[in-house]
Each structure stands twice: as structure tokens, then as C-alpha cells.
Design a protein around this ligand. Structure first.
Ligand SMILES: *Cc1c(COP(=O)(O)O)cnc(C)c1O
Length: 415
């Protein structure tokens, strides 16, 4: 459920007509809904009620400061994958004590930053990272709290680029060797073992891979306990899917209901790291039709948003719903490829879409709140889009549209 609805044939973001927002703030434009973000966060929080738990929003899905602030105010934790994301969380008022740090290539500088901030846990993904973490923590006179992110070798049955839990993925430590790593970590002065984590992929539409992964992780928890290594928390990762087209995603409540029989009696704090399921349908990308070209065989609607604004179609061949912001009966229904102005044939937002549109019409790409703006680039020297957050009948600019000066900031001519 989200708060983008048609009222009298006009798409609204909460109580504001999207066309009015676009008139004021221009296009391409990301529009977020605060109520939707809050609703999705609460869905996870409530699904785990009664268990000691922490919902750590995966910052890379949408890292706008106002998005992070909205969630921080609800008490969210955060899953970060870089020092930059940690600084964003802190800038937005997030609690470092609720941050877990994932990622396979943490640098020494990032580790120092996180130790200084006092984050809750490092999700360690390799032996070399463990050694670096131990050495860095000891130099700083600290102990790093860690969980190993184990790779349970289960197939998440999602797109190969967003599947992370198979043996041949680069993520996590092999579950078969994790026990030996825990043993090593237990002997390190700079390390305090507090948990175990896994995250098997993104846009999962079925609960069974979660259950398979959990069984393997719980078997490891028991083997560790037999060695005297006891844990405080279990991080079940993120990855719940959303509806882009005809998918039937699992609701947080269904997901939790399926997992809870295995979790309720463990006595461990439960962490989860949802990104897409919180931010995905809390945002749309609004774009204007620049012109229409083509012939009877092929029609293109050329719009002012492109792959630099929204990479998912190009990168994952993702299908995203594209709808006119104002339903009109003046234009004839035709089949279009909706494409951006970038000099790449891969620059498309949607293919073979039935739309009744004309030049200057506004379109909305739905469910663009996650992995939208955060994957944006300046390719073709295109300034990145503005971002606004709607809150009831208020519209707040949460990131100004970039200017030419922003594009060349830091660049220098030769003497
Ligand atoms: C990306 C990521 C997530 C969030 O995944 P979603 O599919 O957006 O829920 C969670 N945990 C880790 C370690 C990640 O890399």
C-alpha cells in the first residue's frame, strides 16, 4: 500500500496533485511520500512485535537525508555499506548504536570512522576483513563488535545481479568455514563476537529461500554454542520484494509469521535489513514527454528522464510501471518505447507500453523510491534530478536540482 493515488483522474502524492509539484519543481523529479515510508517501516516493526528486534533500514536503497531522518525519528536502525552512508545516517540524526556495517570491501578509514562513531556491529564478510578490524580496533584501544555475514548457499530465485546468497557470489563467508572463523575471532583481543548475519538477495517473492537460509544459519548457531561461542543477535537480512508489475510480494507480516516459529524461542535479538520494501513504492519519478517520433512500426516517446536518473531498466531489464500523471481522453492509445535523451540504445525506461499521451504530458514511473536516485549519475553531463518529500499537503525540497556548477565542482583546467 502506498499514498500515490488517482483522484478525479489525477495522480496525487498524499494530498498534493503531482502535476502541481512538477510545475513548481520541474522535471525529472523524484517525489517521495513520508506517510508511505512510515507505514512500511512500521509494518516491519509491528511484524516483529513481542520479539527483541531492530529494523535496520538498508541505506543504499534511498539515502536522502530526509528519508533517513524520517526513519530515524521512528527509532529505526540502519544497514550501511560505506563510510559515506554512515556519515549520512549521523547527519540525519540516526543513532550510531543502531547501525550495522555490511559490505565486502571496508577500508581502514571506514573502519576507523565506524569505530569512532561506536556503531552497533560490523557484519564481517572475509578473513582479511576480520584481521584488519582486529588490528585497527586494537590500535584505537577499542573492541569491534562483530557478526559474520555467512553465505548459506541458497538460491534466492531472483535476478542474478541481485542474488547474493549462492556459493559463487562474492558476498559473505562460506557457511562451511564460518565455524573456524568464529573460533579465530574469539581469540582476538580487538574483536567481540555478538551475532550472525545473512542476506541472500533482493526482490525475493517467496518465503522459502528465507526459511532455507535460516535453517542453515541456525544449525551453525548450534554448532557455535557447542564450542562455547554464544551470540546476542541474529540478523536475517533484507530482500523482501515489491510489486513493480504482476509480482505478488510477501508482506512483512506474512514473512515474519513464517519465520517466527524458528525465532521465537531462540532468545536472540532479531535484526532485519529491509531496503526496497520500505522505500520502493514510497517514491515515483516524474518526467515530461519531450516529443514523440517514429512510424507505424515503432513509436518512441522521448522523455526528460533517462538511465542516469533511473538505471534499473537498463541494468536489470527491470519492468517499471509508467503512467500518465493526468488521465486524458484526448490522445489515442498507442504502443511506445519510453526512452531518455542519452546517447545509448540501452537508455529506456519502458518498452512496448500502451499509453495515451502527447508532447508535454507528464508521466510517473511508479515504485521508483528504491535504487532510483541512489544509482543516479551525471552521464552525458546531466545534472541529477531534484527530490521532494510530500507530507500530507506539504511539499519539501529534500535535494535541490543540480546545477552546471555542481557538475564541474572539483574539476580544474590545466595551467
Ligand atoms: C542491499 C542490502 C540489503 C537490502 O536489500 P533490499 O532488497 O533492498 O531489502 C540488506 N542487507 C544487505 C547486506 C544489503 O547489501
Amino acid at each position: 500500500m502506498d499514498h500515490f493515488e488517482f483522484r478525479h483522474g489525477e495522480l496525487h502524492a498524499e494530498d498534493v496533485p503531482v502535476s502541481r509539484i512538477a510545475e513548481t519543481h520541474g522535471t525529472p523529479l523524484y517525489v517521495y511520500s513520508r506517510a508511505t515510508l512510515e507505514r512500511h517501516y512500521r509494518a516491519f516493526d509491528e511484524a516483529l512485535a513481542g520479539l527483541d528486534h531492530l529494523v535496520c533500514y538498508a541505506v543504499k536503497a534511498n539515502s536522502n537525508l530526509a528519508v533517513l531522518q524520517t526513519l530515524a525519528r521512528l527509532g529505526a536502525g540502519f544497514d550501511i555499506v560505506s563510510g559515506g552512508e554512515l556519515q549520512r545516517v549521523l547527519r540525519a540524526g540516526g543513532d550510531a548504536g543502531k547501525v550495522v556495517f555490511s559490505g565486502i570491501g571496508k577500508s581502514e578509514d571506514e573502519i576507523r570512522l565506524a569505530l569512532d562513531a561506536g556503531i552497533y556491529c560490523f557484519n564481517v564478510e572475509s578473513e582479511y576483513e576480520l584481521e584488519l578490524l582486529d588490528a585497527t580496533a586494537r590500535l584505537m584501544g577499542k573492541r569491534a563488535r562483530i557478526a559474520f555475514r555467512v553465505n548459506p548457499d541458497v538460491d534466492a530465485r531472483t535476478h542474478p545481479y541481485i542474488s547474493t546468497g549462492l556459493k559463487n557470489n562474492k558476498f559473505g563467508v562460506d557457511i562451511a568455514t564460518a565455524e573456524a572463523l568464529y573460533q579465530r575471532a574469539a581469540e582476538m583481543a580487538g574483536i567481540e563476537i555478538i551475532g550472525i548475519a545473512n542476506h541472500i538477495g533482493s526482490q525475493l517473492l517467496d518465503v522459502s529461500p528465507f526459511l532455507d537460509a535460516l535453517d542453515r544459519v541456525l544449525a551453525l548457531v548450534q554448532r557455535l554454542a557447542a564450542r562455547g561461542i554464544t551470540l546476542r543477535h541474529l540478523d536475517v537480512g533484507g530482500g523482501l520484494g515489491v510489486r513493480y508489475h504482476e509480482e505478488k510480494p510477501i508482506a512483512p507480516r506474512e514473512w515474519a509469521t513464517a519465520l517466527r516459529p524458528k525465532l521465537d524461542s531462540l532468545g536472540l535479538k532479531i535484526l532485519t535489513e529491509p531496503g526496497r520494501a520500505i522505500a520502493g513504492n514510497a517514491g515515483i519519478l516524474v518526467t515530461r514527454v519531450l516529443g514523440i517520433k517514429g512510424n507505424e512500426a515503432k513509436r518512441f516517446a522521448i522523455v526528460d528522464a533517462a538511465m542516469n536518473d533511473l538505471l534499473r531498466p537498463t541494468l536489470y531489464q527491470a519492468w517499471m510501471n509508467i503512467v500518465p500523471v493526468i488521465e486524458s481522453s484526448d490522445s489515442a492509445l498507442q504502443t511506445y518505447d519510453v526512452v531518455g535523451p542519452i546517447c545509448e540504445s540501452g537508455d529506456w525506461l519502458g518498452r512496448d507500453r500502451e499509453l495515451a499521451i502527447a508532447t508535454d504530458d507528464l508521466l510517473a514511473v511508479r515504485t521508483a523510491g528504491a535504487y532510483g536516485f541512489t544509482m543516479a549519475s551525471n552521464y552525458n553531463s546531466r545534472p541529477r534530478a531534484a527530490e521532494v518529500m510530500v507530507d500530507g499537503s506539504d511539499v519539501h525540497v529534500v535535494r535541490a536540482r543540480e546545477s552546471f556548477d555542481d557538475l564541474v565542482r572539483g574539476e580544474r583546467l590545466l595551467p
